[in-house]
Design a protein around this ligand. Sequence first.
Ligand code: PDD
Length: 289
Amino acid sequence: MSRVAYVNGQYIRHKDAAVHVEDRGYQFADGVYEVCEVWNGQIVDMPRHLDRLDRSLRELRIDWPMSRQAMEFVVSEVVRRNMVHNGIVYVQVTRGVAKRDHFFPGSDVAPSVVVTARSASPAVAAAQAEKGIAVVTYPENRWPRVDIKTVALLPNVLAKQNAKENGGKEAWYVDTDGNVTEGGSTNAWIVTKDGVLVTRPAESGILKGITRAVVLDLVAREGISFEERPFSLEEALEAREAFVTAASTLVMPVVRIDDTVVGNGHPGSVATRLRDAFHTATDLKAVVA
Ligand code: PDD
């Protein structure tokens, strides 16, 4: 079966899918995106992801390319046509195609929309979660509007590549105050040596992750001892546990930060419990085959 992508109103073979060379996403990174998990034939937390897409679009003054209802349909349809049972669905909206000019184009220019989906192996992810991952710290060097989920990800690409070249799976940004902000494509959490789960507030410096929000609901439901506050790299290095969250990784234990082993070097009990319970706190929309 060949993969299919949705591009500006059409379902096209993935290998032939393309946008125009003067798409503003391509020339200016003038666009936003979302990644939803597909789990067991269901799209996870689509309403929350579309709420955040709406916010990102409003912050950049890009119009919705279609009604929200139509977007829900297209997202489901791309997952269905690609027969993705477990994996991710990716939605990207840019300001559209126009002669290269920094100023916004006129209102006659329609936003561009691309939706793709791909399968991922739950067994591979589970094996990774059983081992945990290493993270490599990196100086925070992003613009202050990281709350907007833009496709301008060059700093994230460089930080994550640096992590990879130094034996890690993820980068952890550290700001000039010595605090961990977030990962290159994940939110960051620790369980302190006193057993308190900590994550940074989402008011500034990080993307307000949807997976983070689900975990916060779980934490409240399970009565886990929790503080929402910035935490330093120093505190993280002494933590009992650490983990990251994202739609692409769910709750992924961190067992090493740079050269320091976290806790006993194995995934912690809080991370494992949250990972195991994760889908009990999500909104699931079945994709009808
Ligand atoms: N990344 N922080 C950053 C910088 C991210 O890029 C992401 C998501 C998150 C977690 O957000 P959520 O829980 O809503 O997935 C935090 C996606 C998965 C990506 O870029 O592939």
